[in-house]
Design a protein around this ligand. Structure first.
Ligand code: GTP
Ligand code: MN
Ligand code: MN
Length: 399
């Protein structure tokens, strides 16, 4: 037994981007506890502590068997004293007192509820809590003027806090495909984010759009958005130039063409019947959706399906968060790698690049500080190779 655990230790490398982390997690009881503490730290403006808990959780996610004894953790990276105390508590008492305490604290509960509104971050929630606003009714009764995003977030609160299924993601994908194809035939659409990593549900659906001919993607986003708007598919959208690189990645400063790199945060209005394929059944009236669903694709009618069908009686659509990103083909591999996640995997890739390779990685480019030049890549495999890392496929980036 002990020898076996020693073997486990030796394969856990310290950066999450050096490890294969599938969705099969044998240690959810520990990783849930650590993730909750990470979330609480992040909501409390303690990012350092947040990352420490996330790294500890990620190490446990990479193990091939459940931890049953603290001794099995000897030699594993990223497990600090605090994380070990939490794990010990769970092992000995079935739960961590710190986690239970946090979960029950009014502050944490309020932060969770308020930041679950699309458009509300930790800072805003913090400010509201200081003013005595702890719940949605209190927020609605308050005299606060909400911005456009927050209004949409509040209006679609329930829908947006219900996980998006893969079937819904695929249905959104077909709509996005139609939109893109009608404004720029030949463009390419790739599912990114959690669904690309094989997750079965997500908090949103993410797409990366490019065109094989450099430059053809310029101006694409506003056209796609107009198309979607004209067909009534958008409940909310905000298109921005990507400023991510400028704020965070110093040296890998954009060449002028990065102005082309745009993203759109949106809320889609997904018709309930769209989930069953784009085939529009003209006969689909209010009293027949259930039967129609069953006839076309019985496999899609699951528990969540029937829940939403119930709602469909009132509202034959649901709101879904969708992120669209447009990248020039020259940056596509970097955008693909940068937007596939997980968030910790991405963070670790950039840390690895900076600390171990003296390189700066962003969703646009990879800059080698030693050679003072950008390293080109047309695939994710090439980027891993530049970084001196073994290639990890999307399904094993679930750190
Ligand atoms: P779920 O949506 O809950 O399934 O998880 P997810 O992994 O898809 O997370 P999310 O949609 O929030 O983000 C997807 C990926 O995009 C993650 O790897 C993020 O790091 C990345 N990402 C999010 N926002 C930005 C941004 O502003 N710039 C860049 N470059 N990447 C981002
Ligand atoms: Mn996502
Ligand atoms: Mn997203």
């Amino acid at each position: 037994q002990v020898d076996e655990s020693k073997e486990v230790e030796s394969i856990v490398l310290s950066y999450a981007c050096q490890r294969r982390t599938t969705l099969e997690n044998h240690n959810t009881v520990f990783t849930d506890a650590l993730s909750l503490l990470a979330e609480n730290a992040e909501l409390s403006d303690e990012d350092g502590r947040g990352v420490a808990f996330r790294r500890a959780a990620a190490v446990l996610k990479a193990l091939h068997s459940p931890v049953t004894d603290l001794l099995q953790l000897r030699g594993l990276p990223c497990l600090g004293g605090h994380s070990l105390r939490v794990i010990k508590d769970v092992l000995e008492n079935g739960a961590s007192s710190e986690v239970e305490c946090t979960k029950q604290s009014e502050r944490f509960k309020a932060l969770k509820v308020l930041t679950s509104i699309f458009g509300v971050g930790a800072k805003t929630a913090e400010r509201w809590i200081r003013e005595g606003i702890h719940s949605l009714p209190q927020l609605q009764d308050s005299a606060h003027t909400l911005n456009r995003a927050q209004q949409a977030g509040l209006e679609h609160y329930d829908d947006l806090n219900q996980p998006v299924t893969k079937a819904e993601g695929d249905a959104i994908g077909e709509i996005v495909e139609k939109a893109v194809m009608s404004v720029l035939p030949g463009a390419q659409i790739t599912l990114i984010g959690g669904f690309r990593r094989g997750k079965l549900t997500g908090h949103d659906v993410d797409f990366l759009i490019t065109h094989p001919e450099e430059g053809r993607e310029v101006g694409l986003m506003p056209k796609v958005v107009s198309w979607l708007e004209s067909k009534g598919f958008l409940l909310y959208q905000k298109t921005t130039r990507n400023s991510y690189l400028e704020s965070k990645d110093g040296p890998a400063r954009p060449s002028s063409n990065m102005d082309r790199f745009e993203r759109c945060f949106s809320i889609f209005k997904l018709p309930e019947d769209a989930k069953e394929g784009t085939k529009q059944t003209e006969t689909l009236t209010e009293d027949t959706p259930e039967d129609t669903c069953r006839l076309t694709t019985p496999s899609l009618v699951k528990d969540e399906g029937s829940q939403s069908t119930k709602r469909a009686n009132l509202k034959p659509w649901r709101a879904v968060r969708v992120d669209l990103v447009v990248s020039p083909i020259s940056q596509f591999a970097f955008a693909l790698l940068g937007w596939t996640g997980s968030k910790l995997f991405e963070r670790e890739l950039r840390r690895w690049a900076g600390h171990e390779k003296a390189m700066s990685l962003s969703s646009h480019a990879l800059y080698d500080n030693t050679q003072s030049k950008y390293l080109r890549a047309s695939s994710e495999e090439e980027i891993f190779a530049h970084l001196g890392l073994e290639y990890i496929p999307p399904s094993e980036r679930n750190a």
